[in-house]
Design a protein around this ligand. Structure first.
Ligand code: ZN
Length: 151
């Protein structure tokens, strides 16, 4: 099935599911630990088993140990036994205001590549006005390197 391009397992998200993911990601903006950049990011990751794992960005005085909201959500999920995912909502902005679209950084795209089918995993970015965009991981990380390259 890995090579069968005719079968897509891409989940059809309902408007209600999209709204819930965005709302959960928005709530995480208040948990972000951002004393240095003042740029908050929240994420809500939908596992195929229906669970939602949230994350916020967490900075560090030494800078490089800082972690993004998306990876916080992924690592929480993996550590709780979820390994398959349909979608993630991401919001972010200065001073905890999500007033412009916040795409995932390159490192987070690579982490998603480890766990998600690039043509099927949906990345929702949203702003406070309620507007949102949906892209697949393949659109954000075309020809990405993943576990299949080592098989
Ligand atoms: Zn990131």
């Amino acid at each position: 099935m890995e090579n069968n391009v005719n079968i897509s397992m891409k989940k059809e998200l309902t408007e209600k599911q999209i709204r819930e993911l965005i709302d959960r990601a928005m709530a995480m903006l208040q948990r972000s630990y951002i004393p240095y950049s003042h740029f908050a990011v929240g994420a809500a990751l939908l596992a195929k088993d229906g669970r939602i794992f949230t994350g916020c960005n967490i900075e560090n005085a030494a800078y490089s140990p800082s972690v993004c909201a998306e990876r916080t959500a992924f690592f929480k999920a993996i550590s709780e036994g979820a390994t398959e995912f349909d979608a993630i909502a991401i919001v972010g902005g200065k001073d905890r205001h999500a007033d412009s679209f916040c795409p995932p950084c390159g490192v987070c795209r690579q982490v998603m590549m480890e766990w998600c089918r690039p043509e099927e995993f949906q990345i929702i970015t949203a702003v406070e006005s309620g507007a949102y965009q949906i892209h697949t991981l393949a659109e954000y990380l075309p020809d990405g390197f993943g576990p299949g390259n080592l098989a």
